[in-house]
Design a protein around this ligand. Structure first.
Ligand code: LER
Ligand code: MN
Length: 270
């Protein structure tokens, strides 16, 4: 299957999240990624105030790369912001952070990813309270993004990383509760392999609410290094009419360059 648009996650600065393969010099990494045949880079941006969006786009334009998605989770990992913190000022800061991502997302055509920024059920908070805060925050973010034509995608994340929204069924219930047409899902084969009864059935259930797609193999190495059936996954994405990016988010094993080259070679070979 040769006409999928492929991207890879790239952090705009040093990050501690270990499945971001590339974290060093931005332009050097962009140049390599383009040479290997990727059409896009998914940017992990902790705080849009700290990056020069125009400069990033100028570099990406030089290498003809698009930005299908912007990851926001570093604001949780490095700053502790979340939609479900018991401290209201932290919740508001998380919503504000997403609002600040909107202009660059609109400018680049990227989906804003809501991953770990949703937080988890903190001690002393009931699961229902956390869920209600999550719904409210997502409604506020979706409303802020809509006038700019920007979409948000929440990623179901496996149970070892969060206690809120681990699978597609929960994600679809959340979509119903948020009630915004610019809010959908990002699905990640690493998490799906842990949580979904059937990866294919869950992709079908997401249907047109699938806004973005991450690939890593069962061991979170590059596709082809584990036992996820990517031929079947890609066939199912085609079946539901998904036309977005397939974005690599895997560990830099045996090293970042090798992983990125093996991923694209494998996915293009299917
Ligand atoms: C981010 O896209 C992701 O998949 C999570 O595992 C982040 O921890
Ligand atoms: Mn992911």
């Amino acid at each position: 299957m040769n006409n999928w648009k492929l991207s890879i996650v790239l952090s705009t600065h040093q990050a501690s999240f270990n499945a971001v393969a590339f974290k060093g010099d931005f332009e050097e990494n962009v140049a390599k990624i383009a040479t290997w045949g990727y059409e896009g880079v998914e940017l992990a941006i902790r705080d849009p105030k700290l990056v020069d969006g125009e400069q990033l786009l100028a570099v990406l334009n030089r290498y003809n790369l698009e930005v299908p998605a912007i990851g926001t989770g570093q604001a949780w990992g490095e700053e502790g912001l979340s939609f479900t913190d018991p401290d209201e000022s932290v919740r508001q800061a998380a919503i504000q952070r997403v609002r600040e991502h909107v202009p660059f997302a609109a400018r680049s055509g990227a989906v804003i990813v809501i991953g770990l920024l949703r937080g988890l059920v903190k001690p002393g908070v009931s699961p229902q309270q956390a869920y209600d805060w999550l719904v409210e925050a997502l409604q506020a973010c979706a409303e802020a993004a809509r006038p700019a034509g920007v979409r948000l995608a929440l990623e179901p994340i496996n149970r070892f990383e969060t206690t809120l929204i681990n699978n597609v069924a929960q994600g679809l219930q959340l979509i119903a509760d948020v009630g915004a047409d610019n809010f959908g899902l990002l699905l990640d084969t690493f998490h799906m392999n842990i949580e979904e009864p059937s990866i294919e059935e869950s992709i079908r259930a997401a249907g047109e609410r699938l806004f973005h797609f991450h690939v890593a193999d069962s061991n979170r190495w590059y596709p082809g290094a584990g036992h996820v059936d990517f031929a079947s996954v890609l066939a199912t994405l085609r079946e539901i009419g998904y036309t977005g990016y397939i974005s690599g988010e895997f560990m830099p094993e045996p090293d970042a360059d090798t992983a990125a080259q093996r991923a694209i070679a494998y996915l293009r070979s299917l």
